[in-house]
Design a protein around this ligand. Structure first.
Ligand SMILES: C[S@@+](CC[C@H](N)C(=O)[O-])C[C@H]1O[C@@H](n2cnc3c(N)ncnc32)[C@H](O)[C@@H]1O
Length: 162
């Protein structure tokens, strides 16, 4: 199997090893994303493509009063994340699901975050910003920031109050 596919959809033992590599590699970027999200007490937050669970852990540890959910189609990542967040399991709900078929009704979440995974979603790849605008999000902003010797695209969008 092409090893880069393990970053796209980690599977089996290889996927578990890739998850263990990803965790320290992406931790700073993920914590920046959680800090930028700045959730309010009591909010219900979804992380899509949670991988080995660094973002879920950062959300739970920095905000003890959040309800948190995660969606990721990889069984290997669900197992790794479940182990990592076991101390917070009473307020974290993990589901094996893709961004395209989220198993929650519209309007369930106050905010959604994702790192290093939006490029893998279908049909949003290469059209994330137009799709966010079309879906009614406001204040859609994107900027490239230096990250790990390269650049990462930071995207922020606000679901306006009805
Ligand atoms: C490169 S990893 C990033 C993991 C973590 N967010 C990070 O920054 O380290 C990509 C993750 O996206 C998940 N993924 C792949 N396709 C997806 C989809 N269609 N919807 C949601 N997540 C997906 C993979 O299973 C994997 O856990």
């Amino acid at each position: 199997m092409d090893p880069t596919r393990q970053f796209t959809l980690p599977r089996g033992l290889g996927g578990t090893l890739v998850g263990a590599l990803m965790a320290p590699m992406n931790a700073t970027q993920i914590r920046t994303c959680v800090a930028d999200l700045a959730p309010e007490p009591g909010e219900h937050i979804l992380e899509i493509g949670f991988g080995p669970g660094i973002g879920l852990t950062a959300l739970a540890e920095t905000h003890p009063d959040l309800r948190i959910a995660g969606a990721d189609p990889s069984e290997a990542m669900a197992a790794a994340a479940r182990r990592r967040v076991r101390r917070h399991r009473d307020r974290i709900e993990l589901r094996q699901a893709t961004a395209g078929e989220l198993p929650w009704p519209d309007g369930t979440f106050d905010a959604v975050c994702a790192t290093n995974s939006a490029q893998l979603w279908q049909p949003l790849d290469e059209s994330l910003l137009p799709a966010l605008n079309k879906a009614g999000f406001a204040d859609v902003r994107a900027d490239w920031r230096p990250s790990k010797g390269a650049r990462a695209l930071y995207v922020r969008a606000v679901n306006p109050p009805v």
